[in-house]
Design a protein. Sequence first.
Length: 98
Amino acid sequence: MTAPRWTSDPEHITAALQRGKWIVTPWEHLGPDNDPARWQTALRELCEHTDIDPLFIDIRRRSLTVVVNAALPVPDEEEIHDSIAFVEQRRFTGHPIR
């Protein structure tokens, strides 16, 4: 797993997806309204111009969204669980991810 960083900016996420990365985004970092549907629509529209097919996995109990490039292999279950645990630990301790 690479070092996680907070990002919810659709342009940063699109660039990461182009590089083969996948993203776990806490909903409290989705912008002023923290609206996952609106954020996903904006990201999907941006991805249309870059030939990326984003796949969104909403984890409602944790208020997180996992985003992967559907054209590439999906991370395995352990990688996803490790990333979610990392985000949850940072939320609990209040330490930011840089």
